[in-house]
Design a protein around this ligand. Structure first.
Ligand SMILES: *Cc1c(COP(=O)(O)O)cnc(C)c1O
Length: 435
């Protein structure tokens, strides 16, 4: 399988190149040259398979023989070594919990898979692989834990100072070894802009072997399709096969993976994109005009994205056809006040403590059902464990959160971060001097 750039379908690269380049030089995004179609027989009998077996089948459909089966199988088994349970809140509403990995957020799927693929392709004796990543909160922890100790790699994480939660900051600043954290005096968009400029800088590319771990990397997108199939398998074993997925969205990688799964043959009735007030995509779906705005800080900080970088992939998947896209994807936007009400309602009604991102998805799934009653399962994605967001959850509710093992140990570790102004020259000098 080869991968093209969304800006130029004639430009094709191998899977390995797509993973290491992360972004094509023309600043498009990599997409598979054909969307692999899963065997209908496999989908029909999918409830017989485990999450890891499903994951292997999907990964193989994209990667082919670029990684031999036995190696791919150990990459998958090692990366996806945690659960992704679907929990029913009532007869027609379920939550897909994606936070049972080491950083307590769904980004573990992408980051763990990608780090192992990069480790696999990095040959001994090659120049150190420098992974640059901007995070609005959760990517940093997932990438840090995914790459920690992976030989031949060094990770530099840029995060917006004061705009990530305590647990998030601890997860990305207390690692040491091959992981460095830069505390940027700006927003997530500023962090992302610094990283993008570095990738386009010839001096840096001469001196360092740069690669990105952001959600634009194709090796992060692929593993995020796994759990859509897995959810279908779990529901099918309970006799349900009409599903509407609601996905709390920021950079639109997660819902992009869901739409990719759908295009691979997964039966999905509809997708709902749930956003906070960073509503570039909902406005686009409403008016047909894509007009990015600077990001606004909210309680659901991992979704504070003003210009979602994966959106071009979704448009590419639908051949730039807005009507087809709108037939499959709806969207809803929520303020912080509504988010708080959503968390409260989940707790009062179901005794379920959700993080703010998850609460936004819950509200949107409810809104969609109100407008579209019918016999289907509403599955909303829980993208992070509530323990990552103590500042956003009422103490009376937060006291019911069971801390995962390891969360309290984090607080004891020493913070190691370098302060960084929003200034490209300073960032560049840091990278060159600390090489
Ligand atoms: C990253 C993140 C999101 C947004 O996911 P995208 O793929 O960027 O749309 C939502 N919730 C949480 C908790 C996240 O960490």
């Amino acid at each position: 399988m080869q991968f093209y750039s969304t800006n130029n379908k004639a430009l094709r690269v191998s899977f390995q190149e797509a993973v290491f380049n992360s972004l094509p030089q023309d600043k498009g995004l990599y997409m598979p040259e054909v969307i692999p179609q899963l065997d209908p027989y496999f989908i029909k009998n999918i409830q017989q398979y485990s999450l890891q077996e499903i994951a292997f089948t999907i990964a193989k459909a994209f990667i082919g023989n670029d990684i031999p089966d036995a190696d791919l199988k150990s990459i998958v088994d090692d990366a996806i070594n945690f659960e992704a349970p679907v929990k029913f809140l009532d007869a027609e509403t379920a939550v897909l919990e994606l936070f049972h990995g080491p950083s307590y957020a769904f980004k573990d799927f992408g980051a763990r898979f990608m780090s192992r693929v990069m480790g696999y392709f990095s040959k001994q004796g090659e120049q150190l692989l420098d992974v640059l990543v901007a995070t609005s909160g959760d990517t940093g922890g997932a990438v840090a834990s995914g790459f920690l100790g992976v030989e031949g790699t060094r990770v530099t994480i840029l995060y917006p100072k004061g705009k990530v939660s305590k647990v998030q900051e601890e997860q990305l600043t207390t690692n040491g070894q091959n992981i460095r954290a830069l505390e940027v005096e700006g927003t997530f968009d500023d962090c992302q802009a610094l990283v993008k400029e570095a990738f386009n800088d010839p001096d840096l590319n001469n001196a360092l072997r740069l690669t990105s771990a952001n959600s634009i990397n194709i090796a992060r997108l692929i593993p995020q399709t796994f759990y859509y199939f897995w959810t279908y398998a779990q529901l099918k074993s309970q006799g349900m096969d009409e599903i509407v997925f609601t996905v709390p969205s920021g950079n639109f990688g997660n819902i992009g993976a869901g739409l990719l799964a759908y295009k691979m043959g997964l039966p999905v009735a509809h997708f709902v994109a749930a956003t906070n007030v960073n509503d570039t995509v909902p406005r686009f779906l409403q008016h047909g005009i894509y007009e990015p705005k600077p990001s606004v800080q909210t309680l659901a900080n991992a979704m504070d994205v003003g210009n979602p970088s994966n959106w071009v992939r979704i448009q590419d998947l639908f051949g730039q056809d807005l009507d087809q896209l709108k037939a499959k994807v709806s969207s809803y936007t929520y303020t912080d006040e509504q988010t708080l009400e959503g968390m409260e309602e989940l707790f009062q009604k179901y005794k379920y403590v959700a993080c703010p991102h998850t609460a936004i998805a819950y509200l949107a799934s409810k809104a969609y059902r109100n407008e579209h009653p019918g016999e289907y399962a509403s599955v909303f994605l829980s993208t992070a464990h509530p323990c990552k967001f103590p500042e956003a959850i009422k103490p009376e509710v937060f006291q019911h959160v069971a801390l995962p093992d390891g969360a309290s140990a984090l607080a004891e570790k020493e913070k190691q971060a370098v302060e960084m102004p929003v200034d490209y020259k300073t960032f560049k000098t840091y990278l060159l001097v600390n090489n």
